[in-house]
Design a protein around this ligand. Structure first.
Ligand code: GLA
Length: 384
C-alpha cells in the first residue's frame, strides 16, 4: 500500500482531519559496512519498501501518534516532551519532535498516522525511514525545511541522542537522498556523494534470514569500540589518523601487534572495506558488474571473518546463492548479526533465483525466509 489514499482514510477516520502525506524509503547497502562512523565510504540504495506518515495540526497542544502496523496510539504533551526514549516504536517519531524542539523550533500539537512495509529488525533501516518521514512531515507543518544532508544529520541525532543507538549517517542519508535506479557512493566525512546507475538488467534481490538484527543491541557498539580502539593505537604514532578512514593496511603491519587481536581484525575489515567500496563504485560506474560482484564477495567474508558481524544463517544464505544462475554478487547488508543479504542478480533470472534460494535456505536451516525482488527507489518526499 504505497497508495496514500489508504493512509489518508485511516487518518481521517481516526482524527477527523485532512492530512498531508509523506513517504521515506528503507535502504539496502550494496557495500561499505561499519565504515560510516569511521568517516569512510558506503554505497547504499533506497528501496521500494517505505514508511508513510499522514499529519494534521491539533489545537489542544497534544501530539497523538498512531501506528497502523502496531494498531496502537501514543499521546504526548507538546509543551512537556520526554527527554529520552522509552524503547517503544514511538521513540522515533517523538524523538524527531524533541530534536527539532532542541534546534529552536516551536513544535505544535499534531496528529500523525504511520504505516510502513520496511521489515522491522531486518537491517533494512525501518527506523531511519520512520525518522526521516516524521521529520519531513513535522517540518512541513512547522513551515520549515532543511537541505538533504542537514535533514539526515538531524535524524541521526534522534537515533544517537534520543533513542540511544550509536549509528552512523548512512541510513538516514540514503533515505533522504536516494535516487530511482541508482546507488549512491557517500563520503561520510563531508557528505559529498556520487550517484552510480544500477543497470536495467540487474535486480536487487533481498533475502531475509529472519534472524533479528538490532543496532541498539550489544554487538554493534562493541564492534564500534573495538575498531575505534585500533584507531587510537595508530593515532598514538600518527596523530593525523583521527578515524580509520585515514588509516592504511601498512599502519596495521607496523602497529597491529600493539592492538588487542579483535581490534586488529575489526580495523582490517574497516580499512579494506573502504578500499573495496570506492573500487566497487568505480566498477559500477563503468558497468563492470563482474568486478562489483567480486568485491561484494570479498566484503562479505571480511565482514564475517574479520569483523565477526555475520551469523551462521547469513553465511549460509550467501553460500547458497553462489551457484544459482544469474548471481552477480551476494553479501550480508546492514548493521549485522542477522537481517538480510543483498544479491545482485541478472533481472531475467531474478524470479527463479529468489524461488530457488528460498527453498534451498528453508531446506538447510528449517527457517522459511522472505525473499524480495526489489529496485532502487527515490528518496523521501511529499506524496499528495
Ligand atoms: C547500521 C547503522 C549504520 C551503519 C550500518 C553498518 O545500519 O545504522 O549507520 O553503521 O549499520 O554499516
Amino acid at each position: 500500500m504505497h497508495d496514500p489514499a489508504v493512509l489518508r482514510s485511516i487518518h481521517r477516520d481516526r482524527f477527523h482531519a485532512d492530512p498531508a502525506i509523506f513517504v521515506a524509503p528503507g535502504r539496502v547497502n550494496l557495500i561499505g559496512e561499519h565504515t560510516d562512523y569511521a568517516e569512510g565510504f558506503v554505497m547504499p540504495a533506497a528501496i521500494n519498501f517505505a514508511t508513510l506518515a499522514a499529519i494534521s495540526p491539533r489545537t489542544d497542544g497534544k501530539i497523538v501518534i498512531y501506528s497502523e502496523n502496531f494498531s496502537e496510539e501514543k499521546t504526548f504533551d507538546a509543551a512537556a516532551l520526554p527527554a529520552k526514549g522509552d524503547k517503544h516504536w514511538s521513540d522515533y517519531p517523538i524523538g524527531v519532535a524533541v530534536t527539532l524542539a532542541g534546534k529552536g523550533h516551536k513544535v505544535p500539537g499534531f496528529s500523525m498516522s504511520l504505516w510502513g512495509d520496511v521489515p522491522l529488525g531486518s537491517g533494512l533501516s525501518s527506523s531511519a525511514a520512520l525518522e526521516v518521514v516524521t521529520a519531513l512531515a513535522l517540518l512541513s507543518l512547522i513551515g520549515a525545511s532543511y537541505p538533504g544532508p542537514v535533514l539526515a544529520r538531524v535524524c541521526q541525532r534522534v537515533e544517537n541522542e534520543f533513542v540511544g543507538a550509536n549509528c552512523g549517517i548512512m541510513d538516514q542519508f540514503i533515505s533522504v537522498n536516494g535516487k530511482e535506479n541508482h546507488a549512491l557512493l557517500l563520503d561520510c566525512r563531508d557528505l559529498s556523494f556520487k550517484l552510480a546507475p544500477i543497470p536495467d538488467h540487474v535486480a536487487l534481490v533481498i533475502a531475509n534470514t529472519m534472524v533479528k538484527h538490532s543496532v541498539a543491541g550489544g554487538d554493534y557498539p562493541t564492534r564500534r569500540r573495538e575498531s575505534e580502539a585500533a584507531c587510537a593505537v595508530i593515532a598514538s604514532h600518527r596523530p593525523g589518523v583521527p578515524f580509520l578512514r585515514d588509516a592504511t593496511l601498512e599502519d596495521l603491519d607496523k602497529w597491529g601487534h600493539e592492538m588487542a587481536p579483535k581490534s586488529l581484525m575489526r580495523a582490517r575489515h574497516v580499512i579494506s572495506e573502504n578500499l573495496r567500496t570506492v573500487a566497487a563504485a568505480e566498477a559500477l560506474l563503468k558497468g563492470n558488474m563482474a568486478e562489483v560482484g567480486r568485491l561484494m564477495a570479498e566484503a562479505h567474508w571480511s565482514y564475517s571473518k574479520d569483523f565477526e558481524g555475520s551469523c551462521v544463517e547469513a553465511d549460509i544464505m550467501v553460500e547458497l546463492a553462489q551457484d544459482l544462475p544469474g548471481l552477480i554478487g551476494a553479501r550480508l547488508t546492514g548493521g549485522g548479526f542477522g537481517g538480510c543479504t543483498i544479491n545482485l542478480v541478472e533481472q531475467k533470472d531474478a524470479p527463479a533465483f529468489a524461488r530457488e534460494l528460498g527453498s534451498r535456505y528453508a531446506a538447510r536451516t528449517a527457517i522459511v525466509p522472505q525473499i524480495h525482488v526489489c529496485h532502487a527507489s527515490g528518496g523521501a518526499h511529499r506524496l499528495d
